[in-house]
Design a protein. Structure first.
Length: 452
């Protein structure tokens, strides 16, 4: 039996080795489809590379496609996971992780696409896509997922306009707003940010998946699909932040968003963050994004800046007003964007304190951490075969730099913190409940509430 399966009652990782499982179907069908789309995108942009870089652009395009076709072949024929060769900042960490898994698996069997943890090989695929781009200098800044992310932003304009109009109303009346009304606005915008996660591009293998109606209007009917709703605890956490040394005085603190997808989801996060600052619930917001294009639609620094710029220049009064405000928050340092190589490593978050102690220390300074999306949930819980009734705190396995909340629509079959029988009931009513994106959770954990 593999070492990880016998380590202290921690359940095994989800893996494509379970034939027919969601992990198996993803590795067999969805990942090769995503690779094929990436290859097509690069090929379609051949002329652009030629215009920009001349003949060397064409050579780079050919070479990148050849590396990506090789990658697709390795995946589809369950070849061993290979060490990276690009000598970048995180190359060593990836290669050490491979060694760690090889040691756990024993020498008889190589770490490979269909035998190793799904979380690991899926992350590895995105890192190898990046390697293919980075190894071809003239096109090394090219974001193979850019077109889809921009499209998701443009296709959700109606919804963005509706949200910015709502935000304007809320902000305009802030002075006269009672605590109860504030808590209602908070609840709505938290949930808009939650459901914004429905719109990622990886689950649809890159196909159009955007929001077209006003999200505020849909919130009531969506409530029954929220399986765990800890939003009240999140609200009370933000309302009970104490200044160090001043026990009684309540003040606002720092909220960190560990971002997920660009396009519509990012706008919902920015709107929520705007509200947190304008209401005084937070005085600082930090956004954490990815260092390179990741899981098709995840936010990079480029996407972050682009989204604010686009919103600023939109031909809609409240949209552009919001964008201008966001730019101002960035300039003043009230908001800031950060990336760290750890977010694009395959590690479970319980490894963060040892493998990225600097990042862990930064997160400890936050008053609240909001983890957006499904992949962050998989990393929080280690992407393991947990019983649905296991506590969220147990599944975190010691991870808890600060009070944290996962805002996630379910797109992978890991779910903890449910009531006894809740999972079974859902399975009988709706067999795809864990993977369809139809259900969601707002799950909270605070290291402070742990009795020592
Ligand atoms: O993290 P996100 O954007 O919410 O979802 C990412 C995702 O679509 O990609 C994986 C499947 O390929 C799953 O973890 C998840 O469903
Ligand atoms: Mn994502």
């Amino acid at each position: 039996m593999a070492a990880e399966q016998i380590s202290h009652g921690v359940p095994p990782s989800l893996s494509a080795k379970v034939v027919g499982s969601f992990a198996y179907l993803t590795v067999r069908d969805r990942l090769p489809t995503i690779l094929t789309r990436v290859i097509d995108t690069i090929h379609r942009n051949k002329n652009k590379f030629f215009e920009q870089f001349g003949e060397s652009g064409i050579q780079a395009e050919k070479q990148a496609i050849s590396l990506l076709s090789k990658l697709r072949n390795e995946l589809q024929t369950d070849k061993p996971v290979l060490a990276l060769t690009d000598g970048l900042q995180d190359t060593e960490s990836w290669n050490q992780y491979l060694q760690r898994h090889q040691n756990m698996q024993g020498d008889q069997e190589a770490v490979s696409w269909f035998k190793s943890p799904w979380l690991y090989v899926e992350c590895y695929m995105y890192r190898r896509i990046q390697e293919a781009i980075w190894l071809n200098p003239p096109i090394c800044d090219y974001d193979v997922f850019n077109e889809g992310k921009a499209q998701s932003y443009f296709e959700s304009q109606q919804a963005v306009m509706a949200l910015c109009t709502y935000l304007e109303e809320v902000n305009k009346n802030m002075e006269e707003t009672s605590k109860n009304q504030l808590s209602e606005h908070f609840n709505k915008l938290l949930k808009v940010s939650l459901w914004g996660n429905k719109c990622d591009l990886s689950i649809s293998a890159g196909q159009e998946n955007s929001q077209k109606t006003s999200p505020i209007d849909s919130l009531n009917s969506l409530q029954t699909f929220i399986l765990v709703d800890d939003s009240n605890v999140v609200w009370s956490t933000l309302n009970s932040i104490e200044e160090p040394g001043q026990q009684e005085k309540s003040t606002s603190g720092r909220v960190d968003f560990v971002l997920d997808n660009a396009g519509f989801e990012l706008v919902t996060d920015l709107i929520f963050a705007d509200f947190l600052v304008s209401s005084g619930l937070a005085c600082e917001v930090r956004f954490h994004g990815k260092c390179f294009p990741w899981f098709v639609s995840d936010v990079t620094a480029q996407d972050f800046q682009w989204t604010i710029r686009q919103t600023m220049t939109a031909n809609h009064k409240w949209m552009s007003k919001s964008g201008v405000q966001w730019q101002k928050y960035m300039k003043e340092g009230v908001w800031s964007y950060h990336d760290h190589p750890f977010w694009t490593l395959p590690h479970e978050f319980c490894d963060m304190s040892t493998d990225a102690p600097d990042l862990y220390a930064t997160l400890m300074e936050a008053n609240l951490l909001l983890f957006k999306g499904d992949l962050n949930y998989r990393k929080l819980t280690g992407d393991r075969h947990w019983d649905h009734t296991v506590g969220f705190d147990t599944s975190l396995r010691g991870f808890g730099p600060a009070p944290l909340c996962s805002l996630r629509t379910l797109k992978a079959n890991v779910q903890v913190g449910l009531q006894p029988g809740q999972g079974e009931k859902l399975t009988s009513q709706d067999p795809d409940w864990m993977t369809s994106g139809k259900y969601a959770v707002i799950q909270f954990y605070s290291p402070k509430s742990v009795q020592t």
